[in-house]
Ligand binder design. Sequence first.
Ligand SMILES: NC(=O)c1ccc[n+]([C@@H]2O[C@H](COP(=O)([O-])OP(=O)(O)OC[C@H]3O[C@@H](n4cnc5c(N)ncnc54)[C@H](O)[C@@H]3O)[C@@H](O)[C@H]2O)c1
Length: 448
Amino acid sequence: MKPVVTGNPAEVRVSVIGTGYLGATHAAALASLGHQVVGIDSNPERIGLLRQGRAPFHEPGLDDLLAAGVRRGTLTFATEARAAADAEVHFLCVGTPQQAGSHAADLSALHAAVDALAPVLERPSLVVGKSTVPVGTAPALRDRLRAQAPVGEGAGLAWNPEFLREGHAVEDSLHPDRLVFGVESDHDDQTLRSVYAPIVAAGTPVVRTDLATAELAKVSANVMLAARISLVNVLAEVCEATGADVADLRRILGLDARIGDRFLEPGLGFGGGCLPKDTRAFAARAEELGLGAPVTVIREVDTLNMRQRSRTIDLAVELLGGRPDGKRIAVLGAAFKAGSDDVRDSPALDVAATLRARGAEVHLYDPRAGANAARVVPGLRVADSVDEALRDAELVLVLTEWDEFRGLDPVALLDVVRTPSVLDGRLVLDPDKWRAAGWRFRALGRAA
Ligand SMILES: NC(=O)c1ccc[n+]([C@@H]2O[C@H](COP(=O)([O-])OP(=O)(O)OC[C@H]3O[C@@H](n4cnc5c(N)ncnc54)[C@H](O)[C@@H]3O)[C@@H](O)[C@H]2O)c1
């Protein structure tokens, strides 16, 4: 028996399993499209906040979207999988982090989600993976699902990878560049088209494909983006060594229509909950498939990226006269990128934590991610403002590209710090302006 979308064709009963950055946004977005949505998460604190219509993390517009769905009664939340029993479509949005001690993806949360969902399914329904997974995961999950579901063959499995960017998650969910439907039947394709009907009607390109291609879509996009960043960082290092102007070079490259100017920012490199682990998981999976030789380049992308962090630390130590211990330093930025409070694998926080471990007294300010930083790295002093972080500092490091930091006034800050020395890890400051104000200025990609 095939899964059937019933009732008002515009309204589908949907469950979203895992309500983190991806799932909470997806659940709120689907409720706003007119569906009846239940979000399920094993973390009761997260569910408690979501039930009040509050996002457990910073994401522009998400609180409003959640609150509207909760108020209308079309968006509910639960900690138990059985709350999903009646849904027609189930989206799997749990985490797929890097495995401890390996570069491969840890699929245990996906397995646990399927094992909890399968026995409670009351109707033939479609289970749709949205988490980012290694190619080959979906058929195994489909078999696992069918082996345990009372509805057996009636449980279909599709893959619908998610491309949202943190900091733009709501906008990207409601107005995506493309929708990818990895499906095994016309029926499953139609089911996904019903769920996304308003987005499809708005002209969003839909790529219908097989499961393997859909699984590969997201990791491939992240591998391409990661490679771009590491490559531009190689170019920046050559600029640094030769005195060429990295900002001009970036502009020249960006004006080439074949290259484009997005995702072309040199600096401290990429981080977050997706790019690093997806790049590693892609390489690990390719090696399992016997493709170790061609993916050497992907390993190199990761190595080059991590090198940006060690280069930043080395430069900071040099600016501190070779001895970071006992030195008071200000770190501006903890989030892995501007617009987010996410500090997972954050290059900024990694640098701050390493300098702290080497004895520096680190005063950190981030417009959104201070609390998360303090939780992850005990011993950091988290400030409430730029001025508080910079007070009596012997070195200032700018490590996340928040707009607030671009507009800093180097003249006014001379009175705040002890030593006017700054390291721009994100190329957001104007070197001429800072040098003219009397600062010792260094930046990755720029000559001393
Ligand atoms: N964050 C992003 O920007 C983004 C974008 C696209 C795709 N993705 C992918 O989406 C997936 C989720 O990422 P995220 O950033 O939302 O992670 P996250 O850690 O913020 O959220 C995962 C959630 O799943 C919950 N969970 C774990 N096991 C569960 C279970 N068995 N049952 C119910 N809930 C469970 C956790 O409590 C957590 O709330 C990953 O595969 C990621 O690669 C993330």
